[in-house]
Write a protein that binds this ligand. Structure first.
Ligand SMILES: *Cc1c(COP(=O)(O)O)cnc(C)c1O
Length: 360
């Protein structure tokens, strides 16, 4: 049977080839007669898996030597707290750019740990655009500048890394990391929950420049302390071994598919097609400023919201799953991460045209 095209925002679709490999090895991993889930993270085979996955990940993103890669737990949401705890003291200030609900949540959590200066806020324009970096009110002494590179709910994305502050950039890349090449050198710290482009929920990747490793407050819990976790190769405690294993398979899959340059070209083309289809119709619309439209998450509304229920039902019957928009925005949202093939976007566009022809 054909699988559904899964437009879920997260946990999101995984490449079918990865799922098939995981299924094939589920009962007998590496000739152990055991599942990868059932072996010690301190054993030779798992340590090799961890090292290999980091090597491939570094290769994909071309991560310079002076950055550490950590595989943690707690999702991006724990990093909302870990970033201030690791990078600043309670009386320090950090700049936050609010471009949607995720960056707002990050700032809200950080407020419990330091002084948050909201350097710019997209709420005035209902988050349909990113405030021009030239207008951002940054703080001279800020310990870092935080932004969410892709806002998964509202569908705005930075297509250029802003250059506005001397403070290190700390970026939530949960829904964009591995979707295209990134110039890591522009960032002090990058974090991402896995369940969009990286792997299953349960593992969180942190890329942190070495000079930022030793600033953590004493009271920072060990499992969120970058120095502690770096020194322990992310195994201060038991890591989420199965999620790590699947993420490693995803890294290999990306490499086989041509790496991040190829991913980026594909993702750009998928997004271009979908926005073009929406813009060409009088029936569907997307309000986001063309310069910062997300390649990953494409929200759109129908001309009459009363048709939403039928759209969702018929699209699911047509093999297109999980198109319901976020409750904050309403309407629909197509999340088209790496694992969504171009054929899935073509199928969605064909369905949308047909639905419009019958209801427009
Ligand atoms: C999904 C998402 C999060 C939340 O991730 P959790 O793993 O649930 O903590 C945070 N930021 C962005 C941009 C996201 O897309």
């Amino acid at each position: 049977m054909e699988r559904m095209y899964n437009f879920s925002p997260g946990p999101a679709a995984l490449p079918t080839a990865v799922l098939e490999q995981a299924r094939g090895e589920l009962l007998d991993w590496q000739n152990t007669d055991l599942s990868v889930m059932e072996v010690s993270h301190r054993g030779k085979l798992f340590i090799e898996l961890a090292a290999q996955s980091e090597t491939t990940f570094r290769e994909l993103l071309d991560i310079p030597e002076h950055y550490k890669v950590l595989f943690l737990q707690g999702g991006a949401t724990l990093q909302f707290a870990a970033v201030p705890l690791n990078l600043a003291g309670p009386d320090d200030t950090a700049d936050y750019v609010n471009t949607g609900n995720w960056s707002k949540k990050a700032a809200g959590e950080a407020e419990r740990f330091l002084n948050v200066n909201v350097a710019a806020d997209g709420v005035d324009r209902n988050y349909v655009t990113i405030p021009d970096p030239a207008t951002w009110q940054v703080t001279d002494e800020a310990k870092y500048l935080h932004l969410a590179v892709n806002e998964t709910v509202v569908g705005v994305e930075f297509h250029q890394v802003p250059e506005v502050s001397d403070a290190p950039l700390a970026a939530d890349m949960s829904s964009t990391l591995l979707s295209r090449p990134v110039d890591i050198n522009r960032f002090g710290l990058i974090y991402a929950g896995a369940q969009k482009n990286i792997g299953p929920a349960g593992i969180t990747v942190v890329i942190v420049r070495e000079d930022l490793l030793d600033r953590a407050r004493l009271e920072t819990p060990s499992v969120t302390n970058y120095r502690v976790m770096a020194d322990a190769d992310s195994m201060f405690n038991t890591p989420p071994t199965f999620a790590w294993y699947v993420a490693g398979l995803v890294f290999q899959w990306i490499k086989q598919e041509g790496g991040l340059a190829a991913m980026g070209e594909r993702n750009q083309e998928k997004a271009r097609k979908l926005y073009a289809g929406i813009d060409a119709s009088g029936f569907y619309s997307n309000p986001v400023d063309h310069r910062c439209r997300s390649w990953m998450n494409v929200p759109f509304t129908l001309v009459d919201p009363k048709l939403d229920t039928e759209f969702l039902q018929k699209s699911a019957e047509a093999g297109l799953a999980n198109l319901k928009g976020h409750r904050l925005v309403g309407g629909m949202r197509a999340s088209i991460y790496n694992a969504m093939p171009e054929a899935g976007v073509d199928a969605l566009l064909a369905f949308m045209a047909d639905f419009e022809a019958r209801h427009g």
